[in-house]
Design a protein. Sequence first.
Lengths: 388, 175
Amino acid sequence: MDKKVQLSGKFKLIMLVMIVLGVISVIAGFVTDNGTRTWANLLLNNYYFLSIAMGALFWMAIQAVTQSGWSAAYLRIPQAMSNYLIVSFVLFALMFLGVHDLYHWTHADAVAQDPLLQHKAPYLNLPFFALRFVVFFGLWIFLTYRIKSLSLREDKVGGVAYFSKIEFSSKVFIFVFAFSFSLFSIDWLMSLDPHWYSTIYVVKKFISAFFHGVAAIAAIAIILRKLGYLPMLTKEHIANFSRYIFALSIIWAYMWLSQYLLIWYANIPEETIYYVPREMGEYKTMFYTELLVNWAFPFLFLMWNRVAKNENLVLFAVLVLIVGQWVELYMSIMPSIELKHAISLIEVGTFIGFTGLFGLVTGYSLSKMPLIPKNHPYLLESTTEEHF
Amino acid sequence: MKTNILGIYEDEDVLLHAIDKLQADGIVVADVYSPFPIHGIWSRLKLTTRLPYATFVYGAVGAVAIFMMLYWMSVVSYPLKFGGKPLNTLSFIIIMFVGTIFIGTLLTFLTYLGREKMFPGKQVVLPDPRSTEDKFVLVIANTEDMNDQETKHLMKMLKETGATEIKESTVNDHE
């Protein structure tokens, strides 16, 4: 039960090679381009892995609040991802160097000529932007670190005291997450188009994070089982994970439609302009790809009971969804930066680099603590009962 | 006349372990009546259902049917343009979405009632009415063919696995 994940040298080497590839891609991006596109690319990848980690941690908080039994053995996976938040904080802080390349509203002369930006200036200004960034990350890191350390102490001490403490911290985390992650998405993604706003935008980003975060947990759990860890991962657990993914794919599509349909129907120019480059111009294929990989595919694929219980097929679905989150963020960021749609080796390389970093941080954190929370009150239920 | 032997249990965990032990002994458990659904019964009794496939068909048919209805209403029968939107419009999706759920659910429900030969007001036939309160009833079907020795062994197994009461029943729908 005290088994820890052993990182093989091969794993570390592959992850390091991936990181090096990513660094080379970023440097190549800055050399060959004017910088804006590379900054946008970095923003995409930074936000991508932050949203995966935050979605996974939100899932962990939900398990505590609902006192779910079946998931008790898998809580260490999101807990390990919480360490990535610190790395993400540093990487996002470096983004401030490119803030003028990305955000129109950071230019004082642009604001001076623009009544709308002046109207938004009390919220959209650099000092407050930086303050929000620090406060949000501070809260996330503090709360997730607290939940993780309580869980680790529960391993040593036992009893139900820590269980209820974790539940309380999770409740706080859920409220903080809902509020701060929404504002964070407005700050870093929606303000790329400072003239455009949509209320459902942050809900979609939150659902998307939750959706793909759960998918990432499922993938890591299945991979660990294949490597010989987590022997208790049964068909029923896999079915539960794919149920999450299936349901969230529907909610994701619901949010997508809620945003698109209202803008399409009202047809107010200031709102419709957001979809003009996305649907009409060069991004047309990506626009439909986003819907296909994030909704149509998981919905029709995981609907079948036999698929939903088969670990290899679920792993395949998660791999598609990993591309799906990238496409979703690509469609949020890139059309706001430039009208030209181009995915080059630089984009692919940067994503590989960030994947390596995320994999290394998560893997290293997993290897530092027991993989199974052995004194979790529901562990027995998780490992022995059947869950339908 | 067909008879069943009922083992009556007080606790669902005891019941689940009892099913395991009985099946390991080669005894076929025909059915379980319980006050609430129990995890694990489904796989232990190897129950199967084709109901989800029916739901999928109903849902697909429902989506198409609702689309045809909307298309006929707003394109064929009464083509009224408003807001500069096309007649065959994206806003069909909302009604199609809701209609698919409604038709899928309703027809699945009716199919279930039909397959189970149930209807509102039907007199319920239960081997032991206490299975709607706090007892878990395990049914061993068609025990009239057993000889004395087998019956005795069955009784012993039921008692050993924690049944608080064993009785015979002639209520039978476990063919």
